[in-house]
Write a protein that binds this ligand. Structure first.
Ligand code: OGA
Ligand code: MN
Length: 298
């Protein structure tokens, strides 16, 4: 039996049925999943019971896995090693985190609209997030389609954005969410990087905005003006008509295309309920300026 693709929205989110990600995936099934992925950008796999190894094996079909941790494990220990980002509200020992814990302060940044790893020189292609335990109220993940947002811009605006390069920096988004406590090692490993403001997705040939709360300024523009443009684009791209809200069920895997979507987590009572999620992140093929053939000098 081959996989079933069931659209949740006309062209942004789809559910995938008739596949067991705990078993080896036939090439034809992988090809069908990949093709749905390039078309939609958010895929949901309900009722999967997968181990870390199985999640990783599926992710690896899409490309190389990010293994470098953002936070220094000495300053912020985690339940997982480098291939897995812990998206739960649990400490390394598996207990609900404390109100003033470093993990909690840092992860509050996930509630701002962002795309994963755009603050790395080599950004991400896709993230695959698996939910073991979900919460009864809140704790949704919202996704915004940056291709549809680009399409909806006027011709004049599209022209204005052509060739622009933004600076993405983890410090920018964390400053906005109230975390400024990066240590020397973290600051050295995570310098600001350039990314195109508009990119073309090779598989679909669709153009997409590429903004995130990590973006702080635009090269060649006064800081204030660049900042205002980034804020305006994020506001534009996250209007209701571009957004799909995912309400998690336990044992569900969701993967999204970090090249052409933004996402954010919604609030929940994180000091009361366990929300147990783990993420594997796949790297893109190159920095967005290199992919576009734009020579960037900061
Ligand atoms: C992520 C993320 C938001 C959430 O996993 O990259 O931003 O809803 N998650 O937990
Ligand atoms: Mn994220």
């Amino acid at each position: 039996m081959s996989i079933t693709v069931s659209s949740v929205t006309p062209d942004f989110a789809a559910e995938i049925y008739d596949v067991d990600l705990a078993a080896p995936l036939a090439d034809a099934d992988f090809a069908a999943i990949a093709s749905a992925f390039w078309q939609y950008a958010v895929l949901i796999f309900p009722e999967q019971n997968i181990s870390q190894q199985q999640q990783l094996a599926f992710a690896e079909r899409f490309g190389p896995i990010e293994r470098e941790r953002t936070l220094d494990p000495k300053a912020t220990p985690s339940r997982f090693d480098g291939a897995f980002a812990d998206i739960s509200n649990l400490t390394a020992e598996g207990r609900i985190w404390a109100a003033d814990s470093r993990q909690r302060m840092y992860k509050a940044g996930n509630k701002l609209w962002h795309t994963d790893s755009s603050f790395k020189k080599l950004p991400s292609l896709t993230s695959l997030l698996y939910a073991s335990t979900t919460v009864p109220i809140g704790g949704h993940t919202e996704f915004a389609d940056q291709r549809a947002a680009y399409d909806a811009l006027g011709d004049g605006e599209k022209k204005q954005l052509e060739g622009l390069v933004a600076e993405h920096w983890i410090v920018t988004s964390r400053k906005r969410s109230g975390f400024s406590d990066f240590n020397q090692d973290e600051q050295r490993r995570l310098p600001p990087v350039p990314q195109m403001l508009v990119r073309t997705i090779p598989q679909s040939k669709r153009k997409s905005l590429f903004v995130a709360s990590h973006a702080g300024r635009i090269f060649g523009m006064p800081d204030e003006e660049g900042r205002a443009l980034i804020d305006r684009l994020i506001d534009h791209a996250t209007q209701r008509q571009f957004v799909y809200t995912h309400r998690w069920r336990a044992n569900e895997l969701v993967m999204w295309d970090n090249r052409c979507t933004m996402h954010r987590g919604t609030d929940y009572d994180d000091l009361r309920w366990v929300r147990d999620m783990r993420r594997v992140t796949v790297s893109d093929i190159a920095n967005t300026c290199d992919q576009a053939g734009v020579v960037h000098t900061a």
